[in-house]
Ligand binder design. Structure first.
Ligand code: ATP
Length: 306
């Protein structure tokens, strides 16, 4: 039996001149899952993807893609990966279908005409197939680029910011394509700057900072790891002393100001009642409530130093 992992990154390091883009990173991506790579600008997401595609070689460590060393493998492995690059790079003076005809001949796709019909149908562009790409909206162009990445039916799809610059409807359509790919047993690795996208779409999320893996888990486990979010309503006069008390509390990971008062992110094992008790000893609280943080808040608390 083959490896259960579509991608295995082991202790990889990659520098450009003096810049260490990836710094001792290990990550395993199970076959048949959707995995999101998130991180601020410059965190190393594109470098990681380029290494998985075999376009950039790590100086240390190895990357196995479907069991083969990505740095040493040639076109045969690349033909088993579908890539949606950040720049869509379509030929915009010809039709959608002509773009796909050209890509199909490059990849020597068997039964090309039927396969092109299939992918156009999947991304909802069959009716616009003969229109010139220049006349397409940003979302339609993104969907056409996804169709092109799917054309040769690769088991591994790599989508670099699949929904950047598209409207809400196109975004949801792209999410539904990704879900149908997973249902068909494909592995999807995507980068995104939208944490709600990672939360809605991904089985697991890897958070990068400065080329290192900060955390990798299911969205639910990542939000549980951070503990509760405590929102405190207090008068402007009380907020200074309340903030100091929160910042001194060992179980408080991060404090933010809101219109209503203060928001504190608590460690997973901290009881919010204890924090409220400490606050009440120094100031009057108008109200307080606790809730689970969302993934964007978890990301901020993990990646932003206090
Ligand atoms: P973004 O969200 O802005 O696309 P990213 O997370 O994809 O960022 P990378 O593009 O992987 O980040 O860059 C990681 C670091 O490596 C950055 O400091 C970047 O300047 C540097 N870097 C990446 N590619 C090169 C290159 N070809 N030459 C020099 N430095 C590079």
């Amino acid at each position: 039996m083959g490896s259960p992992f579509a991608v295995e990154v082991s202790n990889v390091q990659c520098s450009f001149g003096g810049i260490r883009a990836i710094d001792g990173l290990s990550l395993r991506i199970a076959a048949g899952t959707v995995v999101g790579i998130v991180g601020a600008n410059g965190a190393g997401k594109t470098t990681l993807i380029d290494m998985i595609c075999g376009l950039v070689r790590p100086q240390h460590g190895t990357i196995l893609v479907m069991g083969q060393n990505a740095a040493a493998a040639g076109p045969a492995l690349r033909a088993r990966i579908g890539v949606l690059p950040q720049e869509t790079a379509l030929y915009d003076e010809v039709s959608a279908r002509q773009n796909l005809d050209f890509a199909a001949s490059l990849y020597a796709v068997p039964r090309a005409a039927a396969r092109i019909d299939e992918v156009l149908l999947l991304v909802g562009l069959l009716e616009r197939q003969h229109d010139v790409v220049r006349t397409f909206s940003g979302g339609m162009q993104r969907r056409l680029a996804i169709a092109r990445a799917l054309l040769h039916d690769p088991p591994l799809l790599i989508l670099d910011e699949p929904t950047v610059g598209v409207d809400l409807e196109a975004r949801h359509q792209i999410w539904s394509h990704v879900r149908s790919l997973r249902a068909a047993g494909r592995t999807v690795v995507l980068t995104t700057n939208y944490l709600d996208e990672a939360e809605a779409l991904c089985d697991r999320v890897a958070i990068l900072r400065a080329g290192r893996l900060l955390a990798e888990d299911t969205p639910a486990a990542l939000t549980a790891r951070t503990g509760r979010c405590l929102e405190i309503e207090c008068s402007p006069e009380s907020s200074g002393v309340a903030r100091e008390t929160l910042e001194r509390h060992k179980g408080v990971l991060r404090v933010e100001s809101g219109d209503f008062g203060l928001r504190a992110y608590l460690g997973a094992t901290v009881n919010p009642e204890d924090v409220v008790h400490d606050l009440r000893a120094v100031c009057t609280l108008a109200a307080f409530r606790t809730r689970s943080p969302d993934l964007a808040e978890v990301f901020r608390s993990l990646t932003t130093p206090q």
